[in-house]
Design a protein around this ligand. Structure first.
Ligand SMILES: Cc1ncc(CO)c(N)n1
Length: 219
């Protein structure tokens, strides 16, 4: 088994709970109330700034120019790619970008991003990728599963979201991150692996908490 296959197995129950979460299901069948999505969108846009900062830590901690470039390209893909989706929804909902920064980050949001930033500050490139991977990979899988539901990708409001994460660009970027995790963890000891698993599973639990926070609009 590769390192990422092991990580995937370890996080499986938490990921299944994400797939089964009413927020995620609601995007899939189009019944998610707009107020919940609006709350999520504002929180998630803020989240992505800190998520991007974790990649920036990767740029700092990379020991070779090729790895430095990979982190930098990913950082750009978030600011210019994924966040474009958020900005399009914000325009549709009439939310000016400045309003995002007036919103208080929810505790589940703040805890998640600060955990990743703490891991990144203390660790090296492998720990950094482990902390980013649960986010990227779980959204890639959620996008794919939702796109398989009849009508979900064509939904007049949520279809764009489904297409964004199921789309080739996002899937390709995620697959590269999965491959990078395997490369960076290639020769790690079992103790090192355990640390990566702890990070990956913790971030997966934070993912579940994020869906729950959005569903309940928990400040
Ligand atoms: C909370 C969260 N996790 C993962 C992603 C995917 O980048 C996102 N946009 N938000």
């Amino acid at each position: 088994m590769t390192v990422t296959q092991r990580l995937y197995q370890a996080a499986r129950p938490v990921w299944e709970a994400c797939h089964a979460h009413p927020f995620v299901r609601g995007i899939g069948d189009g019944t998610l109330p707009l107020e919940q999505f609006r709350w999520f969108l504002l929180q998630d846009y803020r989240y992505l700034f800190d998520y991007a900062r974790v990649f920036a830590y990767g740029v700092i901690k990379a020991r070779d120019p090729e790895l430095m470039r990979i982190f930098s390209v990913n950082l750009d893909a978030i600011l210019g790619g994924e966040m474009r989706l958020h900005r399009a929804y914000m325009a549709r909902l009439g939310i000016p970008e400045a309003q995002v920064f007036a919103v208080q980050p929810a505790l589940a949001n703040l805890s998640y991003t600060h955990y990743m930033l703490a891991v990144a500050a203390a660790g090296g490139p492998a720990e950094i990728v482990a902390s980013l991977l649960a986010c990227s990979w779980s959204y890639a899988e959620i996008g794919q599963r939702l796109a398989d539901l009849p009508g979900a990708a064509e939904h007049p409001f949520y279809g764009e979201w489904v297409q964004g994460y199921a789309g080739a660009d996002y899937q390709k970027t995620n697959a590269a991150l999965v491959a990078l995790m395997d490369t960076l963890a290639q020769d790690c000891s079992e103790a090192d692996y355990q640390r990566l698993e702890e990070i990956f599973v913790s971030c997966s639990r934070y993912e579940l908490g994020f869906w729950d926070m959005a569903w309940k609009r928990e400040p």
